[in-house]
Design a protein around this ligand. Structure first.
Ligand SMILES: Cc1cc2nc3c(=O)[nH]c(=O)nc-3n(C[C@H](O)[C@H](O)[C@H](O)COP(=O)(O)O)c2cc1C
Length: 285
């Protein structure tokens, strides 16, 4: 692969962090640091001294919404335990279907457990995360049609990420996990709880630049009837190439995730070619 092409492709989540075992050319850390939009000074926001009545640094809501970025590079500095509880509490104040509030937060800090998860799915990034929280939610709902356990957990995760932002921390949500069954087995989780996603949190090493939003608010709103332009982001008609390709990926993913761990290790080089890609160079100069 040419150097130019290599720059464009970044790596999936597991490769996006320093020290990953991706085999992808590592970032030139110095260059990245120079280009960083904003290198957070450790605890920058949290240590301004201005704390609101909820015990959070005063940060305008819109500021938190519009400056939150998915952060995938963290300093080695640990996240204080009190911040963990603040972030979880912010999650607990999210809306939940039928007010069930059936979330649970599994903090994973044992290397042995991280290793077991990595063996099942290429999620090497979790090894470098200062605070790794698996958000879980009870799947005992009658609203399977709209999967309201996923919806409630997602609202909770969003609150957690905004809270982390306001504490001067970076975060990223990732649902590239082993099968639910495997996760339950590894973590001793009962069947009526569903692992929803990992929320990785830490002091940002670099703050990625904002990724452009696809379309404008006006383009994405229609009144009463579905009257949207068919744009390049809306190309999944039933027999479109994009749709067929996606369906093939769904099947391959289903099979891959159910293979025994040793086979996944063998297939690792092939599997990596199908990973989601993120632009690790999305850092403003
Ligand atoms: C449900 C969900 C799953 C995600 N999974 C991953 C993931 O597996 N790896 C990763 O690096 N980012 C993951 N992300 C983060 C997205 O890539 C990110 O939100 C997106 O690229 C937009 O960037 P921004 O959050 O900085 O605006 C996920 C986000 C969501 C909401």
């Amino acid at each position: 692969m040419s150097e130019e092409a290599e720059k464009k492709v970044c790596t999936g989540p597991e490769c996006a962090l320093p020290g990953s075992e991706s085999g992808v050319k590592p970032l030139d850390e110095d260059l990245v640091m120079k280009k960083a939009v904003r290198n957070f000074k450790e605890g920058e926001v949290a240590e301004t001294g201005k704390v609101n009545k909820y015990g959070f640094p005063s940060l305008d809501l819109s500021e938190a919404i519009f400056t939150r970025r998915s952060v995938r590079y963290f300093l080695e500095k640990p996240v204080p335990k009190e911040y963990l509880y603040k972030i979880v509490e912010a999650g607990m104040w999210a809306p939940s279907a039928c007010n069930r509030q059936a979330w649970r937060f599994l903090v994973i800090d044992k290397q042995e457990i991280k290793d077991r998860i990595c063996k099942e799915v290429t999620a090497y990034y979790i090894k470098n995360v200062p605070l790794l929280i698996l958000v879980c939610y009870s799947n005992r709902t009658d609203n399977i049609e709209y999967m309201d356990h996923y919806q409630s957990a997602s609202a909770c995760i969003q609150n957690m990420q905004l809270a982390a932002t306001s504490l001067g921390l970076g975060s990223v949500c990732a649902d590239n996990l082993p099968t639910r069954r495997t996760m339950r087995r590894i973590l001793g989780m009962p069947w009526h709880y569903t692992p929803i996603a990992f929320v990785s949190i830490g002091y940002p090493k670099i703050q990625p630049k904002a990724l452009a939003r696809k379309g404008t608010a006006k383009e994405l709103v229609s009144f009463n009837q579905w009257k949207f332009d068919v744009s390049e982001y809306d190309r999944f008609t039933r027999f479109s190439k994009a749709n067929i390709k996606l369906n093939v990926k769904v099947v391959l993913r289903w099979i891959y995730f159910r293979l025994p761990a040793f086979m996944k290790v063998l297939l690792d080089p092939i599997a990596r070619r199908f990973e989601k890609r993120f632009d690790k160079y999305n850092i403003e100069v």
